[in-house]
Structures are given as C-alpha cells and as structure tokens.
Design a protein around this ligand. Structure first.
Ligand code: HEC
Ligand code: HEC
Length: 285
C-alpha cells in the first residue's frame, strides 16, 4: 500500500516535462508523450491548426508586418502534410529554417528560437508529430507581397544562427534549465524581444518588450520599466495561473501560452523560468 502510494507520489512529482541531458539522448526513437508536452509549451498547435480545424492540419493565419502567413499541415499525410519527411528533414527545418529541397522558410515560423532545441527533444517532438492521424488538408498560400528569394537577403542581414542551446558553465543547473525553456521551447523572445526593421530579433534588448506584430509583448526584464518588482512567487503564480501580482489575468496568445504550456509544467520548471528571468540583463529604466 505504502509503496504504491510512494510510487504514485513520485509520478506526480515528476509530472510535466522531464529535463533532458546530453548523456541520455537515445539514437532514434522518441517519446511521443514527452513530445506532446514540448509541443504544448512551444504552441505548435496554435499556429498549425485553423480555427475549428483538424489539429495540426494547418491553416491558422499569423499576421505580421510582412503579410499573413499560414501554419502548414504537419500531419503525416504524404501529399499535403509532411508524411514523406525524414527526421533529418525535420531537424533541418527546426535548426536551419529550410525545407527538404532547400526552400528557405519564412521566419513567421519561429525557427529562430526552435533552432536551440536539443536533439532529444527534437526526437520526441518528431515522434509526437508522427503519431498524429494524417489529414488531407491542403496548405493555404501565404499572403505576402514578398517572394521567398528575398529570404536570402533576410537571412544574410537579420538572421543570426544561435545554434543549439549550450548550458552556461557559470550558471546554476536551475538557471540553465529556465534559460532553455524560455529561449528554445517557450520562444518567449519572439513576442517579448523587439525586432529591427527587417524583422530580426534585437538580441541586445533581449526580452525588453516588443511593439511589433504578431503580438507585442511587454518588457519581462528585471528593470523598473519591466518586472523588476516581481518576486519568485509572483513568477510561479503567473506561470501557473496567468495572474499578475495586481490580480489581472492575461488573455490572447499569452493566455494560451499559460493554459497549454506553463501551467502544465512541473513546479520546478516554473521556478527555473522565474529564477532565470529574474537574473537576466535589465532593459530600460
Ligand atoms: C508563431 C507561429 C508558429 C509556431 C508557434 C510554430 N510554427 Fe511551424 N510554421 C509556421 C509557419 C507560418 C510555417 C510556414 C513557413 C513557410 O511556409 O515558409 C511553419 C512551418 C513549419 C514547418 C515546415 C513545414 C512545411 O510544410 O514546410 C515545420 C516542420 C514546423 N513549422 C514545425 C513546427 C513545430 C514542431 C512547432 C512547435 C515546436 C511549430 N512549427 C510552431 C508557424 C509556426
Ligand atoms: C505569441 C506571443 C507570446 C509568447 C510566445 C509569449 N508571450 Fe508573454 N505576453 C504576450 C502578450 C501579447 C502579453 C500581454 C498580454 C496581456 O496583457 O493580456 C504577454 C504578457 C506576459 C507577461 C505579463 C507581463 C505584465 O507586465 O503583466 C509575462 C510575465 C509574460 N508574458 C511572460 C512570458 C514568458 C515567460 C513566455 C515564454 C514562456 C512568454 N511570455 C511567451 C505574448 C507572448
């Protein structure tokens, strides 16, 4: 009895997203359950599912200063989805923003952050996408006055390859975990870091607040203009419930990040995010 209860407790305690480390990378087979937790924190479904559409069959419009881009069909349908992709194709899209034939992908797909996701997590994400039912839903054409060829210039001028996340040897394990969740999977910077004229993220003002589409997000750094007065408790409460210290609840895209993402993490992971964000470079007075 007691043993059973202890095992159950241990399972509850380890709920959420177990940490990965370079030592436990399996060769190929990923874990689709873990992959779903990663996909939820990364909001893959929100951009890759039309309103009332089949999950992951594409069609949600992302409005940006450069046009409206539609998330594509990520189900294993061979004709309309990515059924004929290999893991290497997937890895290339996530790490380098390129399709199997070398097509340059639009950065409305936040590969600029996802490129930092480690191999184990990519294998798990892939296993999850492979487990979805195939859907024969055609991709919607993007509405932009620009051509993909222009991405060549964008990549040269505004895209900085930041590489896979490497833990900072001077930071604690908790800070590194928080950094990874924020930067690679949670891609918080895509909405909370300002963008330059070409749409690239201004890393010098990392998480310093953005006023451009798709969704301008406020300054998260520990400054007066940002969230300098938030305590660690404020952070964990916010990430669990979406409530700020003033008692306001966030809505829209951020509400979704909380509901599907951070509220589903373990308390340790929420703490790690808070600890990390309380220690980043302050932006603004
Ligand atoms: C903010 C919106 C957004 C989020 C979040 C997002 N995507 Fe996408 N994704 C897009 C858009 C838009 C495209 C189409 C890019 C293009 O056509 O160049 C895309 C394309 C892709 C592609 C290339 C597919 C193809 O058919 O060419 C893959 C693979 C992909 N996304 C996987 C993911 C995964 C996995 C996640 C979660 C970890 C995710 N995406 C989260 C918007 C998003
Ligand atoms: C898709 C865009 C998007 C992403 C991704 C995103 N946010 Fe947000 N966030 C917003 C927007 C928009 C608001 C303002 C929402 C409101 O006021 O209702 C916001 C609000 C917040 C606030 C409240 C700040 C305040 O002053 O009250 C915090 C804290 C926050 N986000 C943290 C995060 C963290 C941490 C992540 C990554 C795990 C993240 N956000 C990812 C768009 C985003």
């Amino acid at each position: 009895m007691l043993r059973g209860a202890l095992v159950a407790l241990a399972l509850v305690a380890s709920a959420g997203l177990p940490a990965s480390s370079a030592d436990d990378v399996p060769d190929a087979a990923g874990d689709p359950v873990r992959g779903k937790a990663i996909a939820d924190l990364a909001s893959c479904a929100s951009c890759h599912t039309a309103d009332d559409g089949v999950p992951y069959a594409g069609g949600h419009g992302i409005v940006t200063d450069f046009g409206t881009f539609y998330g594509t069909n990520l189900t294993p349908d061979v004709e309309h989805g990515i059924g004929d992709w290999t893991f290497a194709d997937f890895q290339r899209a996530m790490r380098h923003g390129k399709g199997p034939d070398g097509t340059r992908l639009w950065p409305a797909f936040p590969f600029t952050s996802f490129q930092r996701i480690d191999d184990r997590d990519l294998h798990d994400l892939w296993a999850y996408l492979r487990s979805l039912p195939p859907s024969p839903t055609e991709n919607r054409a993007h509405e932009t006055g620009r051509g993909r060829w222009q991405l060549r210039f964008w990549r040269a001028l505004a895209f900085r390859d930041r590489g896979v996340f490497e833990p900072d040897p001077d930071a604690t394990a908790e800070e590194n975990r928080g950094h990874y969740l924020v930067d690679a999977i949670g891609h918080c910077g895509e909405c909370h870091t300002p963008r330059g004229g070409l749409g690239g993220l201004k890393q010098r003002r990392y998480l310093g607040g953005s006023d451009t589409e798709p969704e301008p997000g406020p300054n998260l750094t520990p400054s007066k203009a940002g969230l300098g007065d938030w305590t660690l408790d404020d952070w964990t409460t916010f990430l669990e419930l979406g409530m700020t210290p003033d008692g306001d609840f966030v809505g829209g895209q951020m509400g979704r990040v909380i509901e599907e993402g951070t509220s589903q993490l373990s308390q340790e992971d929420r703490r790690a995010i808070g600890v990390y964000l309380m220690g980043i470079e302050p932006v603004g007075k």
